[in-house]
Design a protein around this ligand. Structure first.
Ligand code: CO8
Length: 260
């Protein structure tokens, strides 16, 4: 299904794969694409059919950043409007209740790297390249690059990448702990979908709450986060899916989870 001229969705077994289809510009994000992504994510968050989202690109580009042609020469108000729009959409992606996987096939630069950092997992092909080249334009990241990357890999590595604009190959990204898996290009989407399908087969409430606990726990003090973890577990214990999961274990069969 076409979500936008440059965004194509396919679905199977609770997994939605959204492909950025703009190979001629290496997946660079136009304003229309960002708006359409926002509308898509708003629909997806209440779509119980989709348990996991995979985001990928086409050819040599995952997302080579914001569309530089579209934003060069615009006034400050228009530029700030664009920043506001992308902040909202990137936050929507990071806060999506369903787990998200960036399957990075090629260039993930600037806003493209930031989109990947908003996802819960990054699976990369050997052809992927990550970077925050904004400094070479006299700019800086504006979609969370300085913030989300620092939370993922620490301040020193982030400063080096932000201040040099250096491109990172996937083996280095893997060593830095950014990747869940590094695979050959042909295996990229199948590997991401395999991960997605494994997660989609778990109890839906536990998956959603597990994602939220980890994210919220990073924003909260230790004691409050530990208390919240036990509250969530206590509630999950009362759900039909937990009863089913435990019963299935004791009866040596596969659990059938229904999401309540
Ligand atoms: N925006 C628009 N078009 C792009 C972009 C982009 N970000 N990236 C690549 N393209 C286009 C090229 O213009 C080219 O188009 P055409 O064939 O019509 O000339 C096509 O994609 C292929 O690109 P190249 O010919 O350059 O391919 P190479 O293999 O030689 O190089 C690179 C690939 C290294 C990815 C190179 O294209 C590149 O450096 N791209 C720009 C990457 C970048 O700087 N991204 C960060 C953008 S900034 C950002 O995301 C946040 C700040 C937004 C503010 C913008 C203010 C102006």
């Amino acid at each position: 299904m076409k979500v936008h001229e440059n965004l194509v969705e396919t679905r199977q077994d609770g997994v939605a794969v959204l492909r950025i289809d703009r190979e001629s510009a290496l997946g660079a994000l136009s304003r229309g694409m960002v708006e359409a992504l926002g509308e898509y994510l708003a629909r997806l968050r209440s779509d119980d059919e989709v348990r996991v989202l995979v985001l990928t690109g086409t050819g040599r580009g995952f997302i080579a950043g914001a569309d530089i042609n579209e934003y060069s020469g615009v006034g400050r108000t228009a530029f700030d409007d664009y920043q506001k729009l992308s902040r909202g959409v990137f936050d929507q992606l990071a806060a999506l209740p369903q787990p998200t996987i960036a399957a990075v096939n090629g260039y993930a630069l600037g806003g493209g790297f930031e989109v990947a950092l908003c996802c819960d997992f990054i699976v990369a092909s050997t052809a992927a390249r990550f970077g925050l080249p904004e400094v070479s334009l006299g700019l800086l990241p504006g979609g969370g690059g300085t913030v989300r990357l620092a939370r993922a890999v620490g301040a020193r590595v982030t400063k080096e990448l932000v201040l040099t604009g250096r491109r990172v190959k996937p083996d280095e990204a893997h060593r830095l702990g950014l990747l869940t898996a590094l695979v050959e290009p042909d295996e990229l989407v199948p590997r991401a979908v395999e991960l997605a399908t494994t997660i989609a087969g778990q109890a839906p409430l536990a998956v959603r709450e597990g994602k939220r606990l980890v994210d919220d726990g990073l924003e909260t003090g230790l004691a409050a986060a530990l208390t919240r973890e036990q509250q969530v577990l206590s509630w999950l214990y009362t759900t039909d899916d937990a009863r089913e999961g435990v019963a299935a274990f004791l009866e040596k069969r596969s659990a059938v989870f229904r999401g309540h």
